[in-house]
Design a protein around this ligand. Structure first.
Ligand code: FES
Length: 138
């Protein structure tokens, strides 16, 4: 099985089983597998082909990281809501929290509370064939 096939199958599994970590609203959302490296989590650009955003599985059993395209490259933010820690998911072009209704831009900035602040964000190192989410320890 090649890596692309693995990622697509993981997406299907994650959309089902992984939704226990997120919400029932996550069915069908794209997931990619991140590889742990010394500086963080590495994602292959080829796995992001055709995607505006994806959840990155960290392999640590924790919540995935939300990685999205911006005008200048990629942005990575925690999927853990800053209010009480529920998992946010994309909904109508924003990241929405199903617990109490907070909403965030894809770059993590706060649109609407009760969350008190933006989502935690991660520095990225972008290379030709991969992106490293630095010091990602969600
Ligand atoms: S936990 Fe997200 S709004 Fe309360």
């Amino acid at each position: 099985m090649d890596r692309r096939t693995f990622v697509r199958q993981l997406s299907s599994v994650a959309a089902g089983a992984g939704c226990a970590v997120l919400t029932t609203a996550c069915a069908g959302l794209p997931y990619v597998a991140g590889a742990r490296v010394s500086r963080g989590i590495r994602v292959l650009r080829a796995d992001l082909d055709g995607l505006d955003f994806a959840f990155v599985e960290t392999g640590a059993g924790g919540p995935p990281i939300f990685l999205s395209r911006s005008e200048t490259g990629f942005v990575a933010v925690s999927t853990r809501c800053t209010h009480r820690g529920c998992s946010v998911a994309p909904e109508s072009g924003v990241l929405a929290c199903p617990c109490h209704g907070s909403r965030f831009q894809f770059d993590g900035s706060l649109l609407e509370g009760p969350a008190p602040r933006a989502l935690d964000s991660f520095q990225l190192e972008e290379e030709a064939d991969h992106i490293t989410i630095l010091a990602a320890d969600p």
